[in-house]
Design a protein around this ligand. Structure first.
Ligand code: NAP
Length: 337
């Protein structure tokens, strides 16, 4: 029986007196959780770039500390005052303000508004859902956008930037699973064999991906681009996109700037599509999760994901901020019992 005094472990980020931030695993109680209609026991969470920013004191993501990050969680409803959910339901919570300014999934229990909760697709395990997580959901949004904008596999290769990252690596696999030829741009040349197994047909180094940033337009190469890094790599990719091609933009791992001109748009009809997962409306969110559960073979996720505990998570967050990890990291909360 869960009581308001029931205690549980959670990662807590605190600001030190000198303005630096420290992560630790603390004991919290249910009554410490924010108000919300649904109380959930978390089985798995996952690590996303936004969590690493939140855990390092980035005020663009999290304004107030102490804070528990974690923008993804899956688990079991313990109690709900919303009729949409009952005790025992298996659910996913992801996006909106979860883990940003509302205590997130790096904790055994969470309490959230019912509008942020969706039923877990039955055919996906809790662990698979978090191997996908926000990164995989964003990759799926990007791949579906490319397709919905009319770019077909016969039109030519799709470039994926930041290809070893969570979004990039799942995008590589989903594009391959949809029949596209995939070119992976990465700063980790030692990971070419790993990316090839996921579905990459060819590679660009990070340096090659930015060649020509000072030119107005470049040779038409890509039928589409899934960009996760921004900056001059995104600008170069847009200038190299074929007539009527589509470029999706979801991230800023390299830069939030876009040093570009109008010519790819007014001379080649290139489309630039912004991708946002956080505020994605619930009906579209459920539709994309349905596609993830039915459209693609997601077995590749096991080969690109590692599982960690809350205790080990701090070190992995530091590695993510240094761009040193590949693929996806899931956090197993029940391991701490
Ligand atoms: N819009 C949304 O809703 C949404 C959702 C999820 C994520 N995002 C954003 O998408 C981006 C990727 O997220 P993620 O979860 O995939 O992060 P991630 O796992 O940390 O991957 C980011 C990848 O970007 C590349 N990279 C890192 N630093 C770089 C630099 N200085 N220059 C060029 N490339 C660099 C690295 O790949 P290589 O070594 O292979 O080049 C790295 O693995 C982040 O900016 C994140 O905030 C946005």
């Amino acid at each position: 029986m869960i009581k308001d005094s029931t205690s549980f472990p959670a990662m807590v980020i605190r600001e030190n007196e000198d303005g630096t931030f420290a992560k630790s695993i603390e004991s919290k109680q249910i009554h410490d959780l924010p108000d919300g209609e649904v109380l959930v026991e978390v089985e798995y969470s996952s690590l996303n770039y936004k969590d690493a920013l939140s855990a390092s004191g980035n005020r663009g993501v999290t304004k107030k500390y102490p804070h528990t990050p974690g923008i993804d969680a899956t688990g079991t409803v313990i109690r709900s005052v919303s009729e949409k959910f009952s005790s025992g339901d298996k659910v996913i919570i992801s996006g909106y303000d979860f883990g940003m300014n509302t205590a997130g999934g790096f904790a055994r229990y969470i309490q959230v508004p019912s509008a942020w909760v969706m039923h877990k697709p039955q055919s996906l395990s809790a662990k698979t859902c978090m191997q996908i997580g926000t990164a995989g959901f964003t990759a799926a949004q990007s791949v579906l956008s490319i397709h919905e904008m009319g770019v077909l596999p016969s039109h030519g290769p799709i470039l994926v930037t930041g290809a070893t990252g969570g979004v990039g690596s799942i995008a590589v696999a989903l594009l391959k699973g949809s029949g596209y030829t995939v070119v992976a741009a990465t700063g980790k040349e030692e990971e070419y064999p790993w990316l090839r197994k996921l579905g990459a047909d060819d590679f660009l180094s990070r340096r090659q991906a930015a060649i020509g940033e000072d030119r107005m337009l470049l040779r038409e190469r890509w039928a589409g681009v899934i960009d996760t890094v921004g900056g001059s790599i995104l600008a170069t990719a847009i200038k190299s996109t074929k007539y009527n091609g589509t470029v999706t933009c979801c991230g800023n791992a390299a830069s939030g700037n876009l040093p570009l001109n109008v010519y790819p748009f007014i001379l080649r009809g290139v489309k630039l599509v912004g991708i946002d997962s956080a505020q994605c409306p619930m009906n579209r969110r459920e539709e994309i999760w349905h596609q993830l559960a039915t459209k693609w073979d997601m077995q590749f996720l096991d080969s690109m994901s590692t599982t960690t505990s809350l205790q080990e998570l701090g070190g992995i967050i530091d590695q993510m901020l240094q761009g040193k990890i590949r693929g996806r990291t899931v956090v197993h909360l029940r391991e701490d019992i």
